[in-house]
Design a protein. Sequence first.
Length: 269
Amino acid sequence: MENLREMLADYSDEQLVDEYNKRRGDYTEEAQKVLEEEIAKRGISLEAAQESKSKRQTAKIEDVLAPGTRVGREDFVPLHLVFAKKDVLTANAMLRDSKVPYFVEVCDEKDQSAGLETFKVCVYKDAIEEAAAIIEEHFREDTENGKYVLRDSDVINRLKSFSFYDITFSDAIANEKLDTSFCGQESAVLITLAQAIIEEAETIEEEHERVVFFYDSMEPLISKLEKNSGFTRTDFLAILELCQIYCEDERYNPVLNQTVSSILSFFLE
């Protein structure tokens, strides 16, 4: 413990506070006590130190954001995981609404398993903790695949914000048969929702003040779901509309979240 006391004595107050805030969990109980004793001996208020650090970081960030300020690429640090294309759009929107200086760039290598581009978000070094906290609110870490993945609740948020007006294609493309299928549980829930909307469309349009775009596609969709084949882009949009309308209804099953995520990716990537 004497070696630890000597080492901590050489730390500046800021280093000591950082050590306590970020790494005390790596210390043994006895070593943690030595760390706390050094902080107490110096009369450091952890709360005041954190507030002071936060103010300094805010000032630095404001300087970076000031018009005419030049910042080197070396001042930006990538978040430790990457994003798929469909997810980096959401991350970009979240960070754009904050005061975090950042940029997005495509990774050198593609995700070979899916053949998709991945992207990294590089954040100004003094804003890395703030950026990580913002990302953590909406993403979970898929460390096995090295990616940030939207939490289920955010799949629903993306679904709610999806605009059918933004999707256009020719009749030939709309009716092209796609090589896809659904598991039995997905099909069963979708059939239930499609049958419900056939009966409830008028009420939905009145209560939600919206048009049910794909009402005429629901009966053909039910038939295809029963056969589990013959799906088209129009069917995909009809499924998105079903899920968008009923995502907060008790008849909606979370098993459809992955279905929704995949179909959104199909249209947005």
